[in-house]
Design a protein around this ligand. Structure first.
Ligand code: KIV
Ligand code: ZN
Length: 520
């Protein structure tokens, strides 16, 4: 980039975000998210960690083949087999990148048991190896913010000499603070020979809630790439949230005169999709994309906003793709109105998908007087309704509950064959889940069962999220219905359908164990 104030956006939702326990996405979901990121204008997509598993390798390869505008990057530890595998996956991209890293702080140097000189040698060998394969190499000293400055300068200089064109400075444990983050980049720019020829990148974790501030400070210190994830998804407290840094640079361009090429109107659509596929619900008061981010409840605020929206609003909802409701949806609304409304909400649907969504919309509108935007979003995020080829389908459910006990009569179609059972349990949901288990016995452990009311009122839909684990494989299911119990069963069955697909994948590729990022 020739513009000195251009800041590249490097999205790692599919790598660092997906690495968060429980946030596992299916192959198809990863491709869909990557296509949305590409369209949004993300400069670099970190699509995965190809050596970690067959699934990661396949996803990175296919994302690389499909990408139109973004650079496609894969992660590799400082080992030749990792780097080779990464190259095999990203080489299909129009613009491939290898991102290789090693932990350089005293604590991280102890893991592979390398002294400073041995580690410097490893960095020289691995960056050179990556550079021999790929023109675009990024190198990260993991835990850079806790690495001795002299040693950090030494290893960054080696990586630059060996051909890395991006040096990423990770705050792996979310330890730094804004002034320190800016000063660290300034220090590297001043002290490291050749630093002015490469791009410095910032990669912050949010353990102390400072990831966004630290990333912006790093840009003020001279970094020109920000690594981030949608909704701040990521291990522990997550990574820098893409929507926060991008909107901060846009809204406060007066004091931070930097640009990105992100189409911010795509933010809301991506936020909802990532939340649905990862099973990580966005907190209502989350900056930019939270449900309440543009709500003005108190009387004083409402009065001010009605007189002049700028009284309390620093961004317009439309800037992030949140359009005002202008068509009332109800049971008389037709397909064209539904398509237009979905488009307003950030969903472009093809004819076939519209046909399917319309049926479900009509069924909802028959049960609810008014269908709100949130209802439509819940409908679109209902993963239990997304495929017509599911192994397990819920056909009929009847639940009896009350002070005399709870039981469920459930009919499901299992690979084309109809099965009916009766089960009891401690509460209606437990009775239903026991019924599902009778029909489809399994050992998967329920890790999460979560219910949210989509809107207010007793006819509100409930969104239910279910997360399950079997042999280290984690799957999510999500469903919405005005009947909370039915939504629970559909979410549970949706998760089981994902599990079956994952088992089939393992059957095809062999059970490759997830590799730890920290074993060097
Ligand atoms: O947090 C971290 O240090 C990382 C590196 C692999 C860049 O994610
Ligand atoms: Zn990270």
């Amino acid at each position: 980039m020739t513009d000195p104030n251009y800041v590249k956006i490097f999205d790692t939702t599919l790598r660092d975000g997906e690495q968060s326990p429980g946030a596992t996405m299916s192959h198809a979901e990863k491709l869909e998210i990557a296509a949305m990121l590409d369209e949004m204008g993300v400069d670099i997509i970190e699509a995965g960690f190809p050596i970690a598993s067959e699934g990661d390798f396949a996803a990175v390869s296919e994302i690389a083949k499909n990408a139109r505008n973004s650079v496609i990057c894969g992660l590799a530890r400082a080992q030749f087999p990792d780097i080779d595998r990464c190259w095999e996956a990203v080489k299909h991209a129009r613009q491939p990148r290898i991102h290789t890293f090693i932990g350089t702080s005293p604590l991280h140097r102890a893991i592979p048991n390398l002294d400073m000189d041995q580690m410097a040698e490893r960095i020289e060998q691995t960056v050179t190896h990556a550079r021999n394969l790929c023109d675009d190499v990024q190198w990260s000293p993991m835990d850079a913010t806790r690495t001795e400055h002299d040693y950090l300068c030494r290893v960054v200089e080696i990586a630059i000499k060996c051909g890395a064109s991006t040096i990423n400075i990770p705050d792996t444990v979310g330890y730094t603070a804004p002034r320190e983050s800016a000063d660290l980049i300034r220090m590297l720019l001043e002290r490291v020979p050749g630093a002015d020829t490469i791009t410095f990148s910032t990669h912050c974790h949010n353990d102390l809630g400072m990831a966004t501030a630290n990333s912006l400070a790093a840009v003020e210190g001279g970094a020109r790439q920000i690594e981030c994830t949608i909704n701040g998804l990521g291990e522990r407290a997550g990574n820098t949230a893409l929507e926060e840094v991008v909107m901060a640079l846009r809204v406060r361009n007066d004091i931070m005169p930097f640009k990105t090429r992100i189409d911010t109107t795509k933010i809301m659509g991506l936020s909802r999709r990532v939340s649905a596929v990862s099973g990580f619900v966005v907190q209502p008061n989350k900056a930019v994309v939270g449900k309440n981010a543009f709500l003005h409840e108190s009387g004083i605020h409402q009065d001010g906003v009605l007189k002049n929206v700028e009284t309390f609003e620093i961004m317009k909802p439309a800037d992030i793709g949140l359009n005002e409701a202008n068509i009332a949806m109800g049971k008389h609304s037709g397909r064209a109105a539904l398509r237009a409304k979905l488009k307003d909400l950030g969903y472009e649907v093809g004819d076939n998908q519209l046909k399917d969504v319309f049926v479900r919309f009509k069924s909802l509108a028959d049960r609810k007087k008014e269908v709100f935007d949130e209802d439509l979003v819940a409908l679109m995020q209902d993963s239990s309704a997304n495929t017509g080829e599911d192994h397990l389908q819920v056909k009929h459910l009847r639940v009896i509950c009350g002070s005399d006990g709870q039981s469920a009569d459930l009919t499901m179609v299992v690979d084309g064959e109809e099965k009916t059972v009766h089960a009891t349990g401690d509460g209606p949901v437990d009775a239903c889940f026991n019924a599902v288990k009778q029909i489809f016995p399994h050992q998967a452990r329920l890790q999460l069962y979560q219910v949210h009311a989509v809107t207010e009122g007793t006819d509100a839909q409930a969104t239910v999220s279910v997360r399950m684990e079997e042999d280290g494989r984690i799957v999510n299911g999500q469903s919405a219905d005005t009947d909370t119990i039915l939504a629970s069963v559909k979410a549970y069955v949706g998760a089981l359908n994902h599990l079956i697909v994952r088992r089939e994948q393992v059957g095809k590729d062999g059970d490759s164990k997830q590799i730890s990022m920290y074993s060097h």
